[in-house]
Design a protein around this ligand. Structure first.
Ligand code: 0A1
Ligand code: ZN
Length: 876
């Protein structure tokens, strides 16, 4: 089966990279925009980069109706070119020439949302990775940079605003209700950064004065009804602009920065030069419709896209294998920005949670791939947690290794060497080396090697001699196609804590290392001896999660309870707290008669609850049990039902022991709605309290009444949705009235309505399958809108017990929907289908069912390249 699917897919290989034969000196585009049929006239000035022109030149093109082709003004005869599946092959191209093509495209029927498409009366584009070829014939590759001039013509009534990259040069009328606008982007860019938007919007404006004193117009374009929900985006943008100047010395370069929001978007947002296009989910925020997490996401995605202006746009990619060069680096930058805006410790915990929830399983299963993959069939399948999140961890490790000053010097060298160029990860490391004066070559291995390393830690202290020896060893398990693994450079941030949790001076040989240092584990096994330690100590290891590894410590049973209470590094303390809970849960699964909670966890929770939560966001993290998925990751074979039962039992047990405190905190943490970090933290902790109270037999009825009251009376979506979700997902509670009320109140607000769809699919009971089927035929369900599709299929696949029903019904239902979606939006279908890679860790019965669904899907006629690649890799 694998062979059959793969035979039909061609792989693009990193080793086959060849520089383009031609450069595009200038690109001029003219569009006559219309939802049914848009005409695109392209004028490309090309120059051969070789001494002799090649025999032919291929311009990529897909789903284009070619109307006319001219070379240096002359119509090109049919014998001079061929139309191929992948584009247009021009024979005997001259050394330098101008190519004019006129094509037609059909935005209204473009349900893939790649290229030029129509959504809610607006015309807009998505060109990353290879969507530009669905707009015109082009050298659609990131190492072909050109300045663009773009003229847009459209009916003024339907499309009063005409936007493209760069600066607005001129506008005019076309007669008979038409108008036009011409934009010029002076910064040479690859085609994936091209964008246009035409439609009716309201614009929320602001401005930013750069460090050199230039004024930049900031504009957020949204549908009229979203007018009041743009402030967060504008504020975040200004803060991101100031941060990039302060931390990296980077200034914005155009006269204006535009953000357009759409409900119909495959991903989160897109960094097109000067004209970002955003999923509404990451732009809009008002207290009535957005949760605190939404506010945080808007801030980080706005910043992420802004930071791309330097890491991605000004310095771009040589080829798609280098994707993490822009994505890993930009995620690192946005994480650091968010850490500076909010609580650094809580931010790090959230980032690591995300890494472990998405990237660790990817790295441990059939879809494992290096941060820089070696081959792909469809590049859209490689916008993965590995490329993004693990890529960010590599940059973070380099930052940790160099320290902030040398890292900054390295980044300065990167920008000054490569501004305006399309480069590789090797170029990045060599610039960092030049700027910092440090050898970083070993980090290339992190980019090339898949799999999550395991680090084993052993230590011993001799109180008499005062020496503590620490032994660390590393190994990375095999991954598909990579049986043999090499040794990686692993920065280990350490401290030694005495019985009272105080950091001790670190002395190795004659070196005084302060009370916290970074050790570099570069060998399979290494030892360090610290001296001058006459009081018993415990090592705190991988503080701040200084490397994306799995730590196995031989002293876990003793160290974790201590560190869960005393570690002064917030990440490390949380990590050890989680470890206690995991140990407790796995122990219970092995022996379900055990009493819960055991002494260690109980004492750790008691230590937290013994005093009023000064840092409520952090307390909320401590008191949130690991997810069922994460628990599954700790097992060779995931015991779906046992995990669910154990986690519920522990929640109940903790609720029973600490119920009174939880109630007091729930009451005491109430406050007026504000958007600062402390208020958000209070709300988060209150929600955790409420979730426990609902499973406390004694307090349950009171808790239900409180939750209902909170739902009814909250003046913000954070508290309303928190109560709503808990009640709707409580399978022992009848919440049909709430479902109805929520629907009636929010049916006209797509982002909130998405929540109505997704929340009910979190109910862990068999009837949820039926519910999901009904939602797919609900009048508000729309297969063409990815957010809505994800709110049903994504939420369904995230339901641990219903998706994984032992009889395979969840997988079969899911497979049928993926099959349907593939015909509409292959990119989203393929992305959702990646959950089918979990089968190797399931029990035999479930594994058989899931494999059956993969095989069935693989037989689908006209399978997209996107889905075919995912399925074939899932089968490996
Ligand atoms: N570059 C964007 C994400 C993005 C990637 C692919 C897309 O279409 C296939 C769209 C957006 C980012 O990192 O924000
Ligand atoms: Zn990005």
């Amino acid at each position: 089966m694998t062979a059959a699917i793969m035979a039909s897919i061609q792989l693009v290989r990193h080793e086959d990279y060849r520089a383009p034969d031609y450069e595009i000196v200038a690109t001029a585009l003219e569009f006559w925009l219309d939802a049914d049929t848009t005409e695109v006239l392209a004028e490309l000035r090309l120059r051969c980069r070789l001494p002799e022109p090649p025999e032919y030149l291929i311009f990529q093109g897909e789903s284009l109706d070619l109307l006319e082709l001219r070379l240096d003004g002359q119509v090109v005869g049919a014998d001079r070119y061929d139309l191929l599946d992948e584009g247009l092959r021009l024979h005997h191209p001259p050394q330098a020439f101008t190519l004019n093509s006129r094509v037609r495209v059909h935005p209204a029927t473009n349900t893939q949302l790649s290229g030029l498409y129509a959504a809610d009366g607006v015309l807009l584009t998505q060109c990353e990775a290879e969507g530009f070829r669905r707009i015109t014939y082009y050298l659609d590759r990131p190492d072909c940079l050109a300045p663009f001039t773009v003229t847009l013509h459209a009916d003024r009534e339907h499309y009063p605003m005409l936007l493209a990259n760069g600066n607005l040069e001129a506008t005019g009328t076309d007669g008979q209700g038409g108008h036009w606008a011409r934009w010029h982007d002076p910064f040479p860019k690859p085609s994936y950064l091209f964008a246009l938007v035409a439609g009716r919007f309201v614009v929320e404006r602001d401005h930013f004065t750069t460090q050199s004193g230039r004024s930049v117009a900031l504009e957020v374009y949204v549908a009229e009804r979203y007018r009041d929900a743009c402030q967060r985006a504008l504020d975040s943008l200004k803060r991101a602009m100031a941060w990039d100047e302060r931390v990296y010395g980077r200034e914005y370069d155009l006269e204006r920065y535009m953000i357009v929001a759409t409900d119909s978007f495959n991903m989160g947002a897109m960094e097109n030069k000067g004209l970002n296009i955003f999923n509404t989910k990451y732009v809009l925020a008002s207290p009535e419709t957005a949760t605190d997490d939404d506010y945080l996401h808007v801030e980080s995605v706005i910043a992420h896209e802004y930071f791309h202006n330097w890491t991605g746009n000004r310095v771009t990619l040589r080829d798609w294998f280098q994707l993490s060069l822009k994505e890993g680096l930009t995620v690192f930058r946005d994480q650091e920005f968010s850490a500076d805006q909010n609580s650094r410790g809580v931010q790090r915990i959230a980032d690591v949670r995300r890494l472990r929830a998405a990237q660790f399983p990817e790295d441990a299963g059939p879809l494992a791939h290096p941060v820089r993959p070696d081959a792909y069939a469809e590049i859209n399948n490689f916008y993965t947690a590995t490329v993004y999140e693990k890529g960010a961890e590599i940059v973070r490790m380099i930052h940790t290794t160099l320290g902030p000053e040398r890292f900054r010097a390295g980044m300065d060298a990167y920008f000054s060497r490569f501004d305006g160029q399309a480069v590789t990860i090797e170029d990045f490391l060599s610039a960092l080396e030049a700027g910092s004066g440090c050898d970083l070559q070993a980090f290339m291995r992190w980019y090339a090697q898949a799999g999550t390393p395991r680090v084993e830690a052993k230590w011993q202290q001799d109180l008499e001699t005062g020496s503590l020896s620490l032994e660390l060893s590393q190994r990375t398990p095999a991954t598909p196609g990579q049986a043999d693994k090499t040794t990686l450079p692993i920065p280990v941030r350490v401290a030694l804590l005495d019985r009272a949790g105080r950091r001790q001076p670190l002395r190795v040989g004659n070196d005084d290392l302060g009370t916290e240092t970074v050790l570099m584990l570069t060998q399979p096994q290494q030892d360090w001896t610290f001296t001058g330690l006459h009081e018993p100590c415990v090592p705190s290891l991988f503080r701040g999660f200084s490397a994306p590894i799995i730590l196995e410590r031989s002293d876990a049973v003793l160290a974790e309870p201590f560190l869960a209470r005393h570690d002064d590094d917030p990440f490390s303390r949380w990590e050890n707290f989680q470890a206690l809970a995991i140990r407790e849960l796995l122990g219970y699964i092995a022996e379900p008669t055990r009493a819960l909670p055991s002494g260690d966890l109980r004492e750790a929770v008691a230590a937290v609850t013994s005093q009023w939560p000064e840092d409520p966001a952090f307390c909320a993290e401590l008191l949130t049990l690991p997810t069922e998925d994460y628990l599954g990751e700790q097992m060779e074979i995931i015991q779906v039902d046992a995990i669910h039962a154990a986690r519920e039992s522990l929640r109940r047990a903790l609720a029973m022991v600490f119920g009174d405190t939880f109630m007091a905190w729930y009451q005491g943490l109430a406050g007026t709605y504000q958007l600062d970090g402390l208020s958000m933290g209070r709300r988060r902790l209150r929600q955790v309290m409420l979730s426990y109270l609902l499973v406390n037999d004694r307090l349950r009825w009171e808790a239900i009444a409180l939750a209902r009251l909170q739902y009814a009376e909250a003046d913000n979506m954070s508290e309303r949705l928190a109560a709503y979700t808990l009640l709707v997902q409580d399978i022992h509670h009848d919440s049909e009235d709430l479902l109805m009320d929520f629907y009636q109140t929010w049916r006209h607000h797509p982002l909130v309505l998405d929540r109505w769809f997704s929340t009910q699919l979190g109910r862990e009971e068999p009837a949820t399958l039926h519910r999901a089927a009904n939602l797919l035929v609900h009048p508000d369900f729309d297969w063409r809108v990815p957010n809505r599709v994800r709110s049903v299929l994504g939420a369904f696949a995230a339901n641990p017990t219903v998706f994984h029903a032992a009889d395979g019904s969840g997988y079969r239902f899911f497979g049928e929907q993926i099959r349907h979606l593939d015909g509409i939006n292959p990119q989203t279908a393929a992305r959702l289908a990646t959950v089918l890679s979990r089968w190797p860790r399931l029990d035999a019965q479930r594994r058989g069912h899931m494999q059956g669904v993969i095989a069935e899907l693989a037989r689908k006629p006209a399978l997209s390249r996107d889905l075919a690649e995912v399925l074939s890799r899932c089968q490996d």
